[in-house]
Design a protein around this ligand. Sequence first.
Ligand code: NAD
Length: 377
Amino acid sequence: MIPADPPDLYGRCGFTYTALPVRVVFGRGTLARLAGEVEAMGCRRVLVLSSPEQAGDARGVADRLGGFGAGVFAGAAMHTPVAVTEQALAQVRAAGADGLLSLGGGSATGLGKALALRTGLPQVAVPTTYAGSEMTPILGQTENGRKTTQRDVRLLPQVVVYDVDLTLGLPVALSVTSGLNAIAHAVEALYAQDANPMTSALAEQGIASLARALPGVVADPADAGARSDALFGAWACGMCLGTVGMALHHKLCHVLGGSFDLPHAPVHAVILPYAVAYNSLAAAGPLARVARALGAEDPAAGLFALSGALGARRSLQEIGMLESDLDRAADLAVQSPYWNPRLVERDGIRALLDDAFFGRQPATGRPAPCNWESSHA
Ligand code: NAD
């Protein structure tokens, strides 16, 4: 059992919390409310954005919008390439669109944000994965092989419409890795430098919800109850990502995805238990809440067991990493590191990457210097 928060914890530690100004509509069949939401936002002609694979669904949404639709741009791609944004921008202008509606995962949402940045147009996001981008004021864009990330409240969609029914067809493998990607946001929120009681409560709820739901999704992908819990968890975890800073895990995934072209959600799924093991002593209090949410004794072992039970690939070698690149990955990971509860040291990171490459049981409890007293849990 995790003890209750000690008396006067928040008085002693203090915290800051900034709420995100976004309207959320959550449920089943909420797509039927889209036209009303678009109208309430003051828009008359919204351009629908999606990845090529969801072009048919995007056309269906544009049809449902009736007179509020201004066509479809179905060219969204992973990591928001600037060249794609420029093509979409030309279509926004040609169509005279006064709003943006992104339908899909983080790629479609990212395109909506990139266009909002350039035009100031309002956005509705309709997420169909568990990535959580719709709840964040964060955008990563790629140009000439470089990914740059920015945070600006103007990137945040004004309205997010979660329709559980849209996730019933999300392929199982993507559901699993996307769900583990969401859990990673909440795990790092619990030990964030700017952790606060609001985000931490939501983080624990999000982890518990996804950990309970994902086995149900694997057993029956069309189980609306499990899908509803998973999407609720994704919302909660996305709120965490949007509200507080991320640490070592997200830095490692940024390096591995950006410099070694590993796929976004699978790399999160592999790395999470190892990043947690690395931080296990430095952030023992917050990570005890992860264990509680998972119903596990140890947070890293619990996450490793969860991804194994869900059938996720658990090693970097299985998702395309080369062993000869591990040294360079360690070098990049320790350059301008994100704040992390345990100091980010090259030897420790190289050992972490080695364990992750081979998919070994994560080794917890390596004594190490800390950045932070584990005092806010
Ligand atoms: P994605 O958006 O690239 O989607 C992967 C594939 O699944 C696409 O082909 C998509 O069309 C398809 N798909 C999505 N939902 C589907 C559904 N319900 N049914 C069938 N197919 C579906 O993948 P993702 O993991 O959601 O997003 C990854 C991208 O999002 C990356 O570029 C990442 O950097 C970004 N991201 C950004 C943030 C942020 O806060 N800025 C947060 C998380 C992820």
